[in-house]
Design a protein around this ligand. Structure first.
Ligand code: APR
Length: 245
């Protein structure tokens, strides 16, 4: 079915409080694997490595798997067309906030300023003892089998949300707050499976926001709350939208 981008861009231009809710699919165009597609991260790595209890009891094994799953892309990843398109939409006042589940930092790298990272970031390490946060510029940390805090010798972990951990308080409450005022939510590249992050589009819908989904496949949202499903890859769809704004 032909996608009516005219209608989509009119809705975006007429919105007053549009937000974007993104998942791994928006970074597929940057060459980063998603979690649940075939060949995704969860098809190669046991989810136990991303569980906080298992990590703390098996640091060397888990940290080794995490480095392979997330840090092994030798070249640094660049933002996709879709990341840049969202940043441009924020710059011209069409998108107020990006709420992402992704830990790759590519929204900010593309120029988005108002970004909430519901699952934290892979670009920092946090000490599980003294809670000091270290930016991961220090490549030596990735060379160690068991990353230790230089301040207190405690165990370090990547500063993204492991299964079994609470989401970062500030990002979660701020995201819920801005979503409750949204009149449009672009849902880009997510299965909508992992709560509590996945509640965001439902909160937008409760606020009678229009829900526009960009995803080549159906998600948990598609038949439930989505008003317009653009069955396309994020880069292609956002390119079309950008050109019509
Ligand atoms: N453009 C748009 N969407 C895409 C593309 C693309 N090029 N490629 C894949 N997708 C879609 C898939 O159809 C799928 O719906 O992106 C989604 C990826 O889903 P998941 O792999 O489940 O990723 P996500 O929804 O972000 O996972 C949420 O689960 O494992 C946890 O913490 C992790 O943040 C992650 C959370």
């Amino acid at each position: 079915m032909k996608i009516d981008y005219q209608t989509v861009t009119t809705i975006i231009k007429n919105s007053k409080n549009a937000i974007a809710f993104t998942g791994a699919g928006i970074s597929a165009g940057s060459g980063i694997p998603t979690f649940r597609d075939s060949n995704g991260i969860l098809s190669k790595f046991d989810p136990k490595y991303f569980e906080i209890k298992y990590y703390l009891e098996n640091v060397a094994e888990s940290f080794g798997a995490i480095k392979e799953a997330f840090y092994s892309h030798s070249e640094t990843k660049e933002p996709s067309v879709a990341h840049f398109a969202l940043a441009k939409m924020e710059e011209i006042g069409l998108i107020k906030y990006v709420i992402t589940q992704n830990i790759d930092g590519l929204h900010r790298k593309a120029g988005s300023k108002n970004v909430f990272e519901l699952h934290g970031t892979m670009s920092e390490m946090i000490c599980m003892n003294c809670k000091k946060v270290f930016p991961l510029e220090n490549e030596n940390i990735l060379k160690s089998d068991i990353p230790l805090c230089e301040k207190c010798d405690g165990i370090l972990k990547p500063n993204f949300t492991f299964f079994g951990e609470a989401l970062p308080e500030y990002d979660l409450t701020s995201s819920i707050n801005v979503t409750g005022k949204s009149d449009l939510c672009l849902v880009i590249g997510t299965t909508g499976i992992v709560m509590p992050a996945a509640q965001i589009p439902y909160i937008a819908k409760q606020n009678e926001a229009t829900i526009i989904e960009i995803n080549p496949k159906k998600s948990n949202y598609t038949n439930d709350i989505v008003d317009i499903h653009i069955k396309e890859k994020a880069d292609e769809a956002m390119q079309e939208i950008s050109e019509n704004l």
